[in-house]
Design a protein around this ligand. Sequence first.
Ligand SMILES: [Zn+2]
Length: 224
Amino acid sequence: MDIQIIKVGVDNCYIIKHESTILVDGGMPGEFNKFSKRLKDIGINPREIKAIVITHCHWDHIGCTKKIKDMTGAKVIVQKYEKNILVKGETAMPPGVTRWGKIFGAFLNSWSKKFSIESSEVDIVIGEEDYSLDEFGIKGKIVFTPGHSRGSISVVLDSGDAFVGDMAMNGLPLTIGPNLPIFAEDMSALKNSWRKLIDNGVKKIYPAHGKPFPVEKLMKKVVL
Ligand SMILES: [Zn+2]
């Protein structure tokens, strides 16, 4: 299994390649050219991407989805509680849960209004149960992990690599080192989702903001 990071504005998208290739998240609005250039640089033919898994529909994770879908022909996968945000092209943003989250969140919220999200078709809608990625030649599954947002999902590979969207943030200006997010709709749901991921045997965490880190760095913050 080959994993590559593509930075699209403030957001990391991830390419996961095995028998086939999938993409995690659709990046920040207005950054499509950067995305397609980087794809070329790492030697990925757009047509080999078979699915785009959207971890959640906040504005900085769905901004290029429509253009990436048009380029790749990939199926867009979203959780059912957030499907309409992408279909309608809304700019959604969660509330701050720490003091810094509230201050920085207010700035990000007004910044996000400068962008518009192109609405995208959705091909596969995920419920609350696990969804196998077998059909895309990837050994792993999508797990429902609400908390940061109501319809957050994570990609968990059999190898223990986990792509968690904004369930964790790693680094300035958001956090100092790996930590829980500074924005969330429901922190106790988020901690429950972390326990669910740990029960699923996750080892290495790939956040949408910041570098990957071992799950041990977050254990203390999520275990009761
Ligand atoms: Zn988010």
